[in-house]
Write a protein that binds this ligand. Structure first.
Ligand SMILES: [Zn+2]
Length: 169
């Protein structure tokens, strides 16, 4: 994806469909960590820009890193008061794990469809069977539609359960 937020669309839908099982924050964090690689390579002029973190092996590491970051931040928050943005301190580990891996693996799939320099199955294969599975415009619209559908679903869930407030972030 040219812009990381496109990746968030499916995350909105996942989190809205299963708010207690999927952390949207962890989904977003995993996507941002993954794209640190491409931003770094663009800034350094290193090509290809999609490397280790954009493989399924790298995505596994990104998922673990996201979870470790959450555990560390939660530990830190117990020692020292920290801002509780989006109520992240109320999150439990299970939705963070699901959100982190959904975020990192879906990132590889979406970028794999779009970018010719992706090698999702490295180090075992340099092939990219995901490339152009659907057109780039279809892919972008899919991300937009999943975001809209997720937003509508989230609003409907919130309206039907006014006291339960927002789903887990
Ligand atoms: Zn990417």
């Amino acid at each position: 994806m040219p812009v990381t937020p496109f990746h968030f669309g499916p995350g909105v839908l996942f989190a809205a469909a299963a708010p207690r099982r999927v952390s949207f924050l962890a989904f977003v964090a995993a996507n941002c960590i993954t794209d640190c690689e491409s931003v770094f390579n663009i800034l350094r002029g290193n090509f290809p820009i999609h490397r280790f973190l954009h493989t399924f092996v790298g995505a596994t590491l990104v998922g673990i890193l996201t979870i470790a970051l959450f555990v560390f931040m939660r530990w830190l928050a117990r020692m020292k008061p920290m801002p509780n943005w989006f109520e992240w301190q109320q999150l439990t580990l299970a939705p963070v794990i699901v959100g982190a891996f959904l975020g990192s693996y879906s990132h590889v799939v979406l970028d794999g469809i779009m970018h010719a320099d992706m090698r999702p199955f490295a180090p075992w294969s340099d092939e990219n069977p995901l490339l152009h599975l659907v057109s780039v415009s279809t892919l972008h619209w899919l991300c937009v539609f999943t975001a809209i559908a997720g937003g509508i679903l989230w609003l409907r869930t919130r309206q039907s359960r006014p006291r339960s407030a927002s789903p887990h972030s």
